[in-house]
Design a protein around this ligand. Structure first.
Ligand SMILES: [Zn+2]
Length: 235
């Protein structure tokens, strides 16, 4: 069984370059999901998207950072196909990965994303180490989630086995303990460790120092493949 480590970072805030520097320092692969516009936040310009694409994968995050489950027909198509075409033009190659804003998607959205040409979709589901499927779930978010949030997250989705497993971690909400808990499982059984987050949130909650220790902790692990999200689609 493959042992994989991947990371992904949403929203294309200019602070993504600080993140990119850290990822580069620790030799970690990543996908940056960037919308063309974001009414909720600043987004880097096209020149910077192109620049970032020289070192990291750029994935689709719609044109206007909208909740796709509230759209249908042409409006849905415009956000997804439009984003595919925009990234193709800005980056100079066809995008592979897509992340629906707010983690909001349904079967109609999935079909539209696939139809546009994207090969993998990153969800915001946490505490997962699964490495296949069209939808790539995540393990941890660089954020200060509480134990209660993790419990609610698992219960809301009726993930009984995942809840039972996470309870064995303590249960804890300590990011370092959770990293070791899930890596220990991947060491034995294979799987994908997926860390994600937002650079603007790391700044807002003053998590840069913690992030650097975490990235260092994740780097250079024996027997692990370090991949961008696009490679998950091939496995
Ligand atoms: Zn977003």
């Amino acid at each position: 069984m493959d042992k994989i480590i991947t990371t992904s970072w949403d929203d294309g805030h200019p602070l993504d370059f600080r993140l990119a520097e850290l990822l580069h320092k620790y030799n970690l692969k990543a996908t940056f999901y960037i919308p063309k516009h974001n009414p909720q936040n600043v987004v880097m310009g096209e020149h910077d998207v192109h620049l970032l694409s020289k070192t990291f994968e750029i994935g689709g995050h719609t044109l206007n950072h909208v909740n796709l489950t509230r759209l249908n027909g042409n409006a849905l198509k415009e956000q997804i196909d439009g984003c595919y075409n925009w990234l193709t033009a800005v980056v100079g190659q066809k995008p592979v990965s897509f992340c629906p804003p707010f983690g909001a998607f349904n079967n109609t959205v999935l079909r539209a994303v696939s139809h546009a040409g994207f090969k993998t979709i990153r969800s915001t589901q946490l505490l997962s180490t699964s490495s296949q499927q069209l939808v790539a779930h995540t393990t941890l978010q660089m954020y200060k989630h509480t134990t209660l949030t993790y419990a609610k997250h698992l219960i809301k989705r009726a993930r009984v086995n995942d809840l039972a497993f996470w309870l064995l971690s303590g249960p804890t909400c300590d990011l370092f303990k959770l990293v070791d808990f899930y890596l220990c499982d991947i060491d034995k059984n294979g799987g994908c460790f997926h860390l994600w987050g937002h650079s603007w949130e790391i700044e807002k909650f003053n998590l840069w120092v913690k992030l650097e220790s975490l990235l260092q902790h994740l780097s250079q692990r024996e027997g692990y493949h370090y991949v961008a999200n696009a490679e998950l689609a091939k496995r």
